[in-house]
Design a binder for this molecule. Sequence first.
Ligand SMILES: O=P(O)(O)O[C@H]1O[C@H](CO)[C@@H](O)[C@H]1O
Ligand SMILES: [Mn+2]
Ligand SMILES: [Mn+2]
Length: 392
Amino acid sequence: MKRAIIIVLDSVGIGELPDAADFGDVGSNTLVNIKKARPETSLPNMAALGLGNIQGEDIHLLGKVDAPKGAYCKLGEKSIGKDTTTGHWEIAGVLTKEPFPTFTETGFPKEIMDKFEEAIGRKTLGNYAASGTVIIQDLGDEHVKTGYPIVYTSADSVFQIAAHEDVIPVDKLYEICETARKLLTGKYGVARVIARPFIGTSGNYTRTKNRKDFSLEPTGVTILDLAKEKGMNVTAIGKIEDIFEHRGMTRTDHTTNNNDGIEKTILYTKEEFEGILFTNLVDTDMIYGHRNDVEGYAKALEYFDSKLPEIMDAMHDDDILFITADHGCDPTTPSTDHSREYTPLLVYGKHVKEGVDLGVRKSFADIGQTISDYLGLGAHFEAESFLKDILK
Ligand SMILES: O=P(O)(O)O[C@H]1O[C@H](CO)[C@@H](O)[C@H]1O
Ligand SMILES: [Mn+2]
Ligand SMILES: [Mn+2]
């Protein structure tokens, strides 16, 4: 039974895209700069598949091998954007040509904030671009005193709402986010509204695992939709279900950290089914990339790498594994936001030819088109399948 297993290592970019200057990201190279900043970083299992053989300056530092066990390449992002939603949708075949609106410099206009405050029956605090861990320290006391939720954004297309769990219970916060989601359409149609609950006391506020994302539905048909329509199993692990607004999946498992996400990937891979297993491993982005934590980022990569043989061992004969990313988030640059980067792709399976260099590709959607062709989903994305190049 044919199956595609996609693992997105969130934010693991591999070098600036030609238009990186338009995004303020010249010089970003998440993987290579981590390796340079922390030379002991060792990813032998990804290197064995061909990670260090990917074309590009200094990529060989990641460990070039003589006989890669996988097919490999780097992929450009054809969509205009560098956020999680845009990246994942493109992997699944949907391009975003009209970028999601951002409110980084200005915050959200009064017009929309007035409507939002009226709808939720409370005023709000903040409404500027900030780091989530910083803004809850800065505005947490006032929030606890007034009960007004904290609204903030970033360089991403996000409307984030932070609230103390004792002040606004998590379910109520989710309801507030639903209200925001309904209002934020058209020119205010941000990619995601995100609930950011926290706990603790003054000076010591910390976020909980009850974060929840409220996305938009994909603007086109994805490989997930097509596989589900064909009666196949589509298992989504981690925040995949949020990113696709729950569309095109038959089973979801909302793991909230990499360890759990990896264990569940192994567990479901061992099962017998036809279709797609789609995992997002978020820690590299959420915990380390956005916090410019090079050490943490490198260790999270090393941990994934150490578990990769188990994932590969769990695979069945007709499985093809795709390890890739959705954008960059270089922790060595001053920016704590995403970066406009190529993403790496490693392809592995019993039917996959070893050592095929798939070059430098134009779109993440080449993955979606290849999976469509492999599973017979009949998609015609704006992309180029590399199935014939990799099949033995
Ligand atoms: O600073 P925190 O709250 O972690 O937010 C980060 O996480 C958001 C969504 O992944 C990004 O847009 C960035 O703003
Ligand atoms: Mn992401
Ligand atoms: Mn992010």
